[in-house]
Design a protein. Structure first.
Length: 133
């Protein structure tokens, strides 16, 4: 009986936080692919690695802020953000795309052929970043 309820709780957690779980998996994959790509090019740099990890931690903090925003209540108990707006999940999904693109970019650096759509999206994102910076 406990196993069934434990499995149900785990499933409910996984469904509720699936974008967050996906983001963490993508971030871990990106760190690994980045390390492999840097090692393959003999350009391993601990400062760059730490900066990347710190950025990923900041991203997770922003996602947690999104989830916390959903929980915010007014003094009378009403939600500050309507419950149909799933801010945390939206923020988590928002950060998933750049992680996926980065994984494919690192794969390309290692000589792995990547789908053209990721090259196009990567180029567009780079151009947008250059306009702002």
């Amino acid at each position: 009986m406990f196993a069934a309820s434990g499995e149900g709780a785990l499933l409910a957690f996984a469904v509720a936080f699936s974008p967050l779980i996906l983001l963490v998996v993508l971030q871990a994959s990106d760190v690994l692919m980045g390390t492999l790509a840097a090692a393959g090019m003999r350009q391993v740099n601990s400062s760059a690695s730490w900066l990347g990890i710190l950025r990923k931690m900041a991203t997770l903090l922003l996602v947690f802020v999104g989830y916390a925003t959903q929980l915010a209540r007014m003094p009378d108990g009403t939600a500050v953000i309507p419950s149909n707006l799933d801010i945390g999940r939206v923020v988590a999904f928002f950060f998933c795309l750049p992680e996926m693109i980065s994984i494919f970019e690192n794969a390309a650096k290692m000589g792995i052929k990547i789908p053209p759509v990721f090259s196009i999206v990567s180029t567009i994102m780079e151009q947008q970043g250059n306009k702002k910076g």
